[in-house]
Ligand binder design. Structure first.
Ligand code: CA
Length: 740
């Protein structure tokens, strides 16, 4: 039953009606609904001013179609009985089409959209929303379970729509978090407003398609979008190299705060955009970037950037070279840029003329760079000029000269010297508070390490004693093994972050083809344990640890310290770690550990072999460890394709010894360490004895390969092959494919 509550005071209405005939709306009603059928009826019946109220509780498999024509002063509203207590789960989404519609108070979680988007401002092609608003709505980890199945969480169409005070956290499958679509004329010059949203952590995707906001596409990029993006908080938005990709004209990015987010706000395509009053706080986190300028008529003023470490196209401040007579999807020349009153403090890289090569020869022109403050406390020179910068007029800047800074009332740093009062960002720059974004009633995530915060469970040695304790443990818990021998007769799934720690001499044998299987949501730390393959089956392709054979949405971590892996040799191709396609580690760390008598690969990270720019691990670190009699490679890392939307993989190998590695006839890598398409390699202070060589294929981007202070005995010198590197570094940041 629909329950209607008259909320408009009828006597007041009658009085007004006496004064202005026909101006009084029908009495606005609250229409309470508690089933999907009631909702559908309520939408049909709703008049301007009415509010449809969803009953508190879970609404499963609910594809909400919200259509209607409200009025500017009497919108039709869809809301929750109690904001935050209406949970939309399962196969669900929301479409708005019509005019003057408002949606608020809903939480999307524990499910995903069966279509291209979770929230779309259209019913279908041609039926769009105008003057409509989505506010105080939450989308929390509402991800398609297939990591590389694209969707958008929010797709804005039509004109004059507002998306504000929403909370979007944990998008982990491919596809931009929020897109402004300009495919049809009616969606251009849209004047949408995107404000006061909380864009929560977006984990590293390990592929293109991890942008947080994209406005337009290259195809329509010479049209104006006129979208305003202001006072939004970007908290650890790490999906890929572009946090925001502006691909249209006339947009304004104002007053946003970028906190420890990898990547940049990129003016990728389109002209006459304005970036002002934004704050970028990198806190020294890897690959944190600022602003990248391309195209005509861009203004960048009064922004504050601090502690950004990014380099190349992901630098703290980047002005690109263009391509003469560029195609629409390449790089248009920077022309008429105004870059003024920005503070760029303790930023590692400012890149001018970035991308200069045989193709990108059009240097910036008619541009000014004035009254900016550039200062690094450590005195390092951070400005790199790649080409002729005479098309930029530099004036009134303070560039890397000694400046005394003090913290002002807004918490930011400013020069003490009054003669520099007009250099850098202004003192009244408002720093956006995290708490002023998103709905106040939905908690924002914390900062803890995934392995911390749990309790410790004791396990006695013996047969399968480990199994039940691991199953019962909670996220972050420690399973502490008493000294002795353990035999495990089944593969143990790891579905939460868990530490397995030996207390005394602990030795584990296992009878299945893997001891541990990290499944979605799992991470594993192994500390002070010996794992032996001696009891495992006489079959090829075993692994001490493997990942789920199904796509994993959640990135995992694997930490191995003070441990021994041995006798992984009951048959050939026995790996320490085997990963499956579409699983991704944000870190793998091995320290103070020994690996001996392994017929396969220690870290087999080579299964994304479709050359689509996808890979298996972001940071791989090996230190203080030994590898003895390894049939295949110690690490086999493969990242194929020419796309440049990602920062990794990164690998560090240090202070370790590698003896008799890579000699098995089945070692297709032909190497003791094989790195293909790795972006940052540091192999230092190791000893290689009677092993195959280190083989590095540099394929894409500007990879940095450092191999130093190693000793090679009975081992060929490393081979770094650059023949697969593209001459002109193209294509660069590829167009995120439309998901339609
Ligand atoms: Ca991209």
């Amino acid at each position: 039953m629909l329950r209607n509550t008259r909320s408009f005071p009828q006597t007041a209405c009658a009085l007004i009606a006496l004064v202005v005939l026909n101006a009084c709306p029908a009495a606005a009603r609250d229409i309470h609904v508690s089933t999907q059928a009631e909702y559908t009826e309520a939408v049909k019946a709703a008049n301007p001013g009415d509010t449809i109220v969803l009953a508190n509780g879970e609404w499963r498999d609910f594809e909400i179609l919200f259509t209607g024509t409200g009025k500017a002063d009497a919108p039709i509203t869809l809301t929750a009985e109690t904001k935050g207590d209406v949970i939309i789960t399962g196969q669900s989404n929301l479409r708005l089409a019509g005019k003057h519609l408002v949606v608020s108070g809903l939480v999307f979680r524990d499910g995903y959209s069966p279509t291209n988007a979770v929230i779309q401002f259209r019913r279908t092609k041609g039926e769009y929303a105008y003057h409509s608003r989505v506010t105080e709505v939450v989308i929390d980890h509402f991800n398609n379970p297939e990591r590389y199945e694209d969707d958008m969480w929010v797709a804005l169409y039509g004109k004059h729509n507002r998306f504000d005070h929403n909370h979007l956290e944990g998008k982990s499958n491919r596809g931009v978090t929020l897109a402004v679509r300009m495919d049809e004329e009616v969606s251009r010059e849209n004047q949408h407003r995107i404000d006061h949203n909380y864009f929560g952590p977006r984990p590293i995707l390990g592929s293109n398609g991890g942008e947080t906001i994209r406005i337009g596409t290259s195809h329509y990029s010479l049209s104006d979008s006129l979208t305003v993006v202001e006072n939004n908080y970007f908290d650890r938005c790490n999906g890929e190299v572009e946090i925001i990709s502006s691909k249209s004209g006339g947009n304004v990015f104002r007053g946003n705060l970028f906190f420890e987010s990898r990547g940049t706000l990129t003016l990728r395509h389109g002209n006459n955009n304005l970036i002002e009053n934004n704050v970028f706080l990198g806190n020294g986190v890897d690959h944190t970037g600022g602003i990248r300028v391309i195209n005509k008529g861009q203004t960048v003023r009064n922004n504050y950037m601090h502690g950004l470490t990014g380099h190349r196209f992901g630098g703290g401040f980047v002005v690109m070279n263009g391509v003469p007579n560029s195609r629409i999807n390449r790089y248009h020349q920077v022309d008429g840029a105004v870059i003024e009153n920005n503070s760029i403090i303790d930023v590692d890289h400012i890149e001018l003329g970035a991308g200069s090569d045989e193709e990108r020869t059009a240097t910036p022109t008619n541009s000014v760079f004035r009254a900016n403050l550039v200062y690094n406390a450590d005195g390092s020179e951070n400005i790199t000029v790649y080409d002729d910068m005479s098309g930029i007029e530099f004036s009134d800047n303070s560039l890397n000269v000694e400046v005394e800074l003090a913290v002002a009332a807004n918490g930011l740093l400013y020069p003490v010297d009054p003669s520099l009062a007009n250099v850098g960002a202004s003192k009244d720059l408002a720093v956006l508070q995290r708490s002023s974004t998103g709905p106040s009633w939905y908690p924002k995530p914390g900062f803890g390490d995934r392995f911390d915060g749990g309790t410790t469970h004791a396990v006695e040695a013996g047969l399968d004693t480990l199994v039940a304790v691991v199953a019962a443990a909670g996220p972050g818990d420690v399973v502490e093994l008493a000294a002795g021998d353990y035999l495990v007769t089944r593969t143990i799934p790891i579905d939460k972050p868990l530490t397995v720690r030996g207390k005394g001499a602990v030795r584990i044998e296992f009878e299945r083809r893997a001891l541990f299987e990290i499944v979605d949501g799992g991470s594993l730390k192994i500390d002070g344990v010996t794992i032996s393959g001696a009891s495992s089956p006489d079959r090829h392709g075993n692994a001490a640890i493997r990942t789920s054979r199904y796509s994993m949405l959640n990135n995992f971590a694997l930490i191995i310290e003070n441990s021994v892996f041995e006798d992984l040799d009951t048959n050939h191709s026995f790996n320490a770690l085997t990963v499956a396609k579409h699983t991704f580690a944000d870190r793998i760390e091995i320290s103070n550990s020994k690996f001996r008598n392994v017929t396969g690969t220690v870290l087999a990270l080579d299964v994304e072999n479709d050359d689509l720019g996808i890979y298996n691990a972001e940071y791989i670190t090996i230190t203080g460890s030994s590898f003895d009699n390894i049939g295949k490679a110690v690490a086999d890392v493969y990242r194929g394709g020419t796309d440049e939307s990602t920062f990794g993989p990164h690998i560090d190998v240090s202070s370790s010894t590698v003896t008799s590695a890579g000699k098995d006839a089945r070692n297709k890598s032909g190497a003791s360490i094989r790195l293909h398409g790795v972006q940052a390699t540091d192999i230092a202070d190791n000893t290689f004895v009677d092993s195959e060589a280190i083989l590095v294929w540099e394929t894409v981007g500007e990879p940095v390969t450092s191999i130093r202070n190693n000793v090679f005995k009975g081992t060929e010198e490393p081979v770094i092959d650059t023949s697969l590197r593209p001459k002109t570094n193209k294509p660069d940041i590829q167009e995120q494919g439309s998901v339609e």
